[in-house]
Design a protein around this ligand. Structure first.
Ligand code: ASP
Length: 320
């Protein structure tokens, strides 16, 4: 069996690495649909450790782990010894002493997953750390877009909304450009500094403040939630103005009736996206959720060392 591996972010992942992971996700989903529960992680355990709220990510990791035959324990900061003041170091060491193959962690601090990875023998899978990275979200977004586009070359995606606070936008900037697509970031200047794209040198990432201009060039649009919990006020004049300038409404999308729409969830319906779009014919949002389970099966199987990536690609960094 191979070594355990961490998934902390997607910086440094090549098109071949990402494609191999998506292929593995599709393969495992087919296997699971045909054969029921798999035994790749039989006798192994996975712990999910969430310091921030989550619906999709936490449940899909749990379902994915169970589909692979693992035992799963879920822990949230609320109701645990974290509320008694236990440090991240002690929590990680305590959980690691129970011998899990993988710890899946979400934390409000950027860099927490990388720090914690250094403290445990289990593989560490980052389920979102502060503003920094949300690699499995970006992988499921890539799978959803691949189903839509077939090929990434020459394709453009507009990511609109609260870019500044978004780990989803940051991870997608790495993965989608690695795959050959172009990313156009769009939002008000307070939530999208002009220098943002400079963090992705030599990548096809650009900034556009006018949503209508951005959409003219788009092959897909991803809407982001306004992350009110990460704002300390002063970012927006009013939600009404935000909706007027950056909300995805039927009127704004009318010229592009076939444009696929993605959103990582949870949605503020009526603010960044109208219900008619979120639940309309071009919405791929439920497909993203479904793909999340498949992608997390692949990531958990790979992180635990139960499988190598198909085609022989090996992401070497992050190896335990
Ligand atoms: N669910 C995503 C995340 O955890 C997006 C969001 O919360 O807006 O980053």
């Amino acid at each position: 069996m191979s070594d355990r591996r961490n998934l902390l972010d997607l910086e440094g992942w090549s098109a071949a690495d990402i494609t191999a992971m998506l292929d593995l996700a599709v393969h495992l989903r087919e296997q699971h649909q045909t054969n029921g529960k798999l035994d790749l992680l039989h006798g192994q355990s996975v712990i999910t450790l969430f310091y921030e709220n989550s619906t999709r990510t936490r449940v899909s990791f749990e379902l994915a782990a169970k589909a692979l035959g693992a035992d799963v324990a879920n822990m949230t900061a609320t109701g645990s010894s974290v509320e008694k003041g236990e440090s991240l170091l002690d929590t990680i060491k305590t959980l690691d002493a129970m011998g899990p193959s993988v710890i899946v962690m979400r934390h409000h601090a950027s860099g927490a997953a990388e720090t914690a990875a250094g403290w445990c023998r289990a593989a560490m899978v980052n389920a979102g750390d502060g503003w920094h990275a949300h690699p499995t979200q970006a992988l499921l977004d890539a799978l959803t877009l691949r189903e839509q586009w077939g090929d990434f070359a020459g394709k453009r995606i507009v990511i609109v909304g609260d870019i500044q606070h978004s780990r989803v936008a940051r991870s997608n900037c790495w993965s989608l450009t690695a795959l050959g697509a172009e990313v156009i970031l769009c939002g008000p200047p307070t939530l999208l500094p002009a220098t943002f794209a400079a963090a992705y040198p030599d990548r096809a990432v650009s900034v556009e403040y006018d949503l209508s201009h951005a959409l003219e060039r788009a092959n897909a649009v991803m809407v982001l939630r306004l992350q009110k919990e990460r704002m300390d006020g002063g970012f927006l004049p009013s939600l009404r103005e935000y909706r007027r300038d950056y909300g995805l409404t039927p009127e704004r999308l009318a010229p592009y009736p076939d444009l696929p729409v993605l959103h990582p969830g949870p949605m503020n319906e009526g603010i960044e996206i109208d219900p008619a779009i979120a639940h309309g014919a071009t919405s791929r949002i439920e497909r993203q959720v479904a793909n999340g389970v498949a992608v997390r099966m692949a990531v958990l199987a790979w992180a635990a060392g139960a499988v190598d990536l198909p085609q022989g690609q090996e992401v070497t960094y992050g190896k335990k």
